[in-house]
Write a protein that binds this ligand. Structure first.
Ligand code: GLN
Length: 284
């Protein structure tokens, strides 16, 4: 089949299920992954043949898309901070907001002393996107990353290897920790923070396919992770050390109060969408 025909067939199959622009961008991503062709190449070579093996890959992708599986899981890969990350249903797909959190840390570190031998801990690392990009971009730092899920850690380890980044991985449930074993200069976390009542705002691809343990908290105790992590941080951060959180936009003030209550000096930061999405706490 010609590539131009494949594209028409693909878009037709997803009609009604996705807006045409979104279906078009899925096609481009899949063509890049399966055929190693860019959008431009497809436009310039509409008659290029696609063999049966490749066609069946597109058929399988259509089936998964009809089931609203995220395109990143179908391709098995995504980009975060300009780096490639493997992803599957055991890890949350890295979000652009989280890139902003990494950017904030990098700016602070570079402004202070880029050559400092910092010790960094990422709690709830998932795909490893925060830990791996920090380890890659701050080669003088020692980065550790914790997660409750052994399956997520498998993906995170693969991502560290893929990006030639050195990260020390720890399998543990943060809520069960009495204290942290080591001292750190930076603790960063993008913990679960979506309340059950917020599920109605969410899309099927997230609700039905991304790991619930990475996303949701109880309506009555939505800051459970922030409380636990901040408490542990008080006993383990070096003086002047920092806590960086991705936060629930609707709970920004509550989260700030909680962190201040432990004795941190805090700053809130908005994401590209204008929502309060990040919080920094400086330890005295
Ligand atoms: N920002 C993510 C979402 O909207 C949630 C991430 C998290 O719970 N830590 O799906």
């Amino acid at each position: 089949m010609k590539i131009s025909h494949l594209k028409i067939k693909f878009l037709k199959a997803l009609e009604g299920e996705y807006p045409p622009e979104e279906a078009g961008s899925f096609f481009n991503l899949l063509a890049e992954a399966y055929l190693k062709k860019t959008r431009l190449e497809i436009a310039l070579e509409p008659n290029a043949p696609v063999n049966d093996k490749k066609l069946s890959l597109f058929d399988a992708a259509v089936e998964r898309l009809m089931n609203h599986e995220p395109i990143q899981y179908i391709i098995g890969e995504t980009e975060f901070f300009g780096l490639k990350f493997r992803v599957n249903e055991n890890v949350l797909i890295p979000r652009p907001e989280t890139e902003e959190l990494v950017q904030w840390i990098l700016e602070d570190v570079r402004r202070n002393d880029a050559s400092a031998k910092l010790k960094i801990l990422d709690i709830g690392t998932g795909s490893g996107c925060i830990a791996v990009s920090l380890a890659k971009l701050l080669p003088q730092a020692t980065v550790s990353a914790m997660d409750i899920s052994a399956k997520a850690l498998e993906v995170a380890k693969e991502n560290a290897t893929l990006n030639a980044a050195e990260v020390n991985f720890i399998e543990a449930d943060i809520l069960q920790q009495e204290k942290l074993e080591e001292k750190y200069d930076i603790i960063v976390s993008n913990p679960p923070y979506v309340r059950e009542i917020e599920k109605k705002e969410m899309q099927r691809n997230v609700l039905e396919h991304e790991p619930a343990t990475a996303l949701y908290v109880k309506d009555l105790d939505p800051l459970i992770f922030y409380n636990k992590i901040t408490k542990l941080a008080t006993g383990t951060l070096n003086p002047g050390g920092c806590l960086y959180f991705e936060i629930n936009q609707y709970l920004a003030e509550d989260t700030r109060e909680l962190v201040e209550g432990f004795g941190f000096t805090t700053t809130l930061k908005k994401d590209i969408f204008g929502n309060h999405r990040m919080l920094k706490g400086i330890w005295k």
